[in-house]
Design a protein around this ligand. Structure first.
Ligand code: B4P
Length: 182
């Protein structure tokens, strides 16, 4: 199975859920910018306080902050990694391309988890995280369409994109992903 992976998809598509399973199974380092940012918020640092305001509105945290979080972790690792929730826009994708070139660790596969908006909203409302309320979810979906969805074309053009249907049980989606990554 491929060892340097990127998961793309709308908020609530199950990127984090599936990334956890694949990383356990394949012994990859799981880099979730969402989780890392929430840890920063929990720590009460000034960066965390800054990030919290942005995240609670469903907006994207600054590219510089996110890149600094990812860079540290990628460059010290060689066994393989899975990027979950990063990049979130074309500027982050360009910064990532530069970084990966510098450390000679190119992406092997980009996996897009596709799913209907209605199901996403139901899943997120059920999860009930601080940023999982109707108004913030609508904003996150808008930001996804405007800023993150253009990455689909970007990775398709360079021949790295694989899509899987995110509908169904966690196990069903996991089987589809494993098949797509083999
Ligand atoms: P993230 O933490 O990345 O969260 P997400 O996209 O909402 O969730 P994900 O797709 O991982 O869904 P999950 O598996 O949890 O981002 C949060 C915020 O952080 C962003 O809005 C932004 O502010 C900031 N941020 C993160 N990265 C950034 C970046 N690079 N640049 C700038 N800002 C950034 O699944 C959702 C729910 O569905 C869960 O409750 C799960 O249990 C359930 N579920 C999953 N699969 C299911 C299935 N098959 N069936 C039923 N339920 C399922």
């Amino acid at each position: 199975m491929k060892k340097r992976l990127l998961f793309l998809g709308p908020p609530g598509a199950g990127k984090g859920t599936q990334a956890n399973l694949i990383c356990q199974d394949q012994d990859l380092v799981h880099l979730s910018t969402g989780d890392l940012l929430r840890e920063e918020v929990e720590s009460g640092s000034s960066l965390g306080r800054e990030a919290e305001i942005v995240m609670n509105q469903g907006e994207l945290v600054s590219d510089e902050l996110v890149l600094s979080i990812v860079e540290k972790r990628l460059s010290i690792n060689s066994q393989g990694w899975l990027l979950d929730g990063f990049p979130r826009n074309l500027a982050q994708a360009a910064l990532l391309d530069d970084l990966l070139q510098k450390i000679s660790q190119p992406i092997e596969s980009v996996l897009l988890i596709e799913i209907d908006d209605q199901i996403l909203v139901e899943r997120m409302l059920l999860r009930g995280r601080k940023d999982d309320n109707q108004e913030v979810i609508s904003n996150r979906l808008k930001i996804y369409r405007d800023k993150t969805a253009p990455l689909i074309k970007h990775y398709k053009n360079i021949g790295l994109l694989n899509s899987v249907d995110g509908f169904g049980s966690v196990e069903d989606v996991n089987s589809r992903i494993k098949e797509a990554l083999n």
